[in-house]
Design a protein around this ligand. Structure first.
Ligand SMILES: [Zn+2]
Length: 501
């Protein structure tokens, strides 16, 4: 059912681009192309007749039709234009007449008594625009209206009342396009709504949306061959079917062991995809990073609620230490250490995830107490490394700089993690200090840090600078400086995995 409209669009793109490749299948869509444009005009004429009670004027007919043909509007967005137009409002329909009109417009039939009573009750309980909007939402997002749109070759779209409606039509068509090309089916309302809201709110880019489709369980379940995968990429990113030599080159890359993601990124970077995104008013965004397969545990030091009591200094140790400490505070910034460590940890998490790492944190808010043994045990449940984020303090305000603390080779509890911990410490301190310009105080090997002693994976407690030093304190509290700090730490983690494998 959707295949026809897809082939039709491919055909029109092919024609527009003066593509000379003859595609099997595309030619068969030719006869329906003409009826498609008639369909669009029929759709618009029907709305004039039902909503405005008159014949379409040529200018209006042409305007709405070309919006639908050029993929700038959906069936729902055009219907919205009619129902919320001054001309419609001036017809001063009673509630009963409005409901009856909705039935004809969106369901293609007269009302039934039960349904009509339901909508009239709703209107009596919701005055003015609130009622009109609910009425429109209920009818426009219906299966029946989808069928009507389908019969005219129009993409229905979905009405999302929380959004400034005029902006959503093109975004929905971008999403609909991915459904048709990648999943080989029309959209469902929930999916259309979710993707559209995320794209409009700029929570995701066009690339991330496309990746969401190509990486979905549904797509994987289609078991596409390498050839089919490349063909899907041609349609999604270049807006055309493949040419033989181009396709062969990509398929060979896959056969030679290149990942599907790397080929995806090859298409993502094309001028054609940039053009498609800009046609639909969408940010293309960056390529998708390969998953590293590595998990980093970030431990934001301290908390506003301090874990009570004592814990053993290491597994089986008779020496007890405070379960957690309150930490220091910025003498100039006024920030608490637990606030600073959370801010930097959250930013580091985002950066690492964008670089393809899985990230777990030992705490996600400032009110949860976490003792130092628990912090290590969270890392021990599957992280490859643990990075503990802290800031330093001394009574002298002149002390400044960063230091990376790890266990020594003679650590009684987990000496097998020494070499990894030391490597991680060297990588972190080197990259952090060269990126931020903060003074490098080097690596300190010591066995008195409970969390380090309990960690079964390479672990570093990283003191980012002194909150008792004016320059360090104000720098660490500055958002743009934090970006450098996070880049330095993430570069250090990249370097560690490069070296450690
Ligand atoms: Zn601390």
């Amino acid at each position: 059912m959707k295949k026809t409209s897809l082939s039709k669009r491919i055909l029109s793109i092919l024609t527009a681009a003066v593509m000379l490749f003859t595609m099997t299948g595309a030619a068969s869509a030719e006869p329906s192309s003409q009826s498609g444009s008639d369909g669009v005009e029929g759709f618009v004429k029907r709305l004039y007749s039902i909503a405005l009670g008159r014949e379409a004027d040529p200018a209006g007919l042409n305007d709405w039709s070309s919006q639908l043909r050029d993929k700038r509007a959906t069936g729902v967005s055009v219907a919205y234009g009619f129902i919320f137009s001054p001309e419609y409002t001036n017809r001063e329909k009673t509630d009963e007449e409005s409901v009856e009109l909705m039935y004809r417009m969106f369901f293609g039939r007269e009302s039934d008594p039960t349904g009509k009573a339901y909508w009239l009750k709703m209107l009596s309980e919701n005055e003015g625009d609130a009622g009109r909007i609910k009425l429109f939402e209920g009818f426009a997002n219906s299966k029946e209206f989808r069928q009507i749109c389908d019969s005219y070759g129009v993409v229905r779209g979905v009405y999302i009342p929380t959004l400034e409606y005029k902006t959503t039509g093109k975004t929905e068509l971008f999403v609909n396009r991915l459904y048709e090309i990648v999943l080989g089916r029309g959209c469902d309302d929930t999916g259309m709504r979710d993707w559209t809201v995320k794209l409009i709110n700029k929570q995701i880019s066009g690339t991330e949306a496309a990746y969401g489709f190509f990486a979905s369980q549904e797509y994987l379940g289609r078991n596409r061959s390498d050839e089919e995968y490349v063909e899907d990429l041609y349609l999604a990113f270049l807006g055309r079917a493949s040419d033989a030599s181009g396709k062969a080159g990509w398929v060979e890359k896959l056969k030679n062991g290149d990942s599907r993601l790397s080929v995806f990124n090859g298409f993502q970077g094309s001028q054609e995809f940039l053009g498609i995104c800009s046609d639909y008013g969408i940010d293309r965004g960056d390529p998708i990073r390969e998953k590293t397969g590595k998990t980093v545990c970030i431990d934001p030091g301290h908390s506003s609620v301090i874990a009570p009591g004592y814990v053993p200094l290491g597994p089986g140790s008779s020496e007890q230490k405070l379960a957690d400490a309150s930490g220091t505070y910025g003498r100039w910034s006024g920030l608490k250490e637990y606030e600073l460590t959370m801010i930097v940890s959250n930013k580091l998490k985002t950066e690492l995830e964008s670089r393809g790492y899985e990230v777990i944190m030992t705490r996600y808010d400032n009110n949860t107490p976490v003792d130092c043994v628990t912090r290590a045990e969270i890392a021990n449940k599957g992280a490859d490394i643990m990075v503990r984020i802290h800031a330093d303090a001394l009574s002298s305000s002149s002390a400044n700089g960063a230091v990376a603390i790890c266990i020594s080779p003679s650590n009684p509890w987990n000496p097998q993690t020494y070499s990894g911990s030391r490597l991680l410490a060297d990588c972190l301190i080197g990259r952090y200090c060269s990126t931020t310009g903060i003074r490098n105080r080097g690596v300190s090997e010591q066995n008195d840090m409970t969390g380090n002693n309990w960690s079964k994976v390479p672990c570093v407690l990283f003191e980012m600078g002194f909150m008792t030093n004016q320059s360090d304190d104000l720098n660490m509290a500055d958002a743009s400086f934090q970006t450098k700090m996070v880049k330095g730490l993430a570069d250090g983690i990249d370097l560690y995995f490069e070296k450690a494998g």
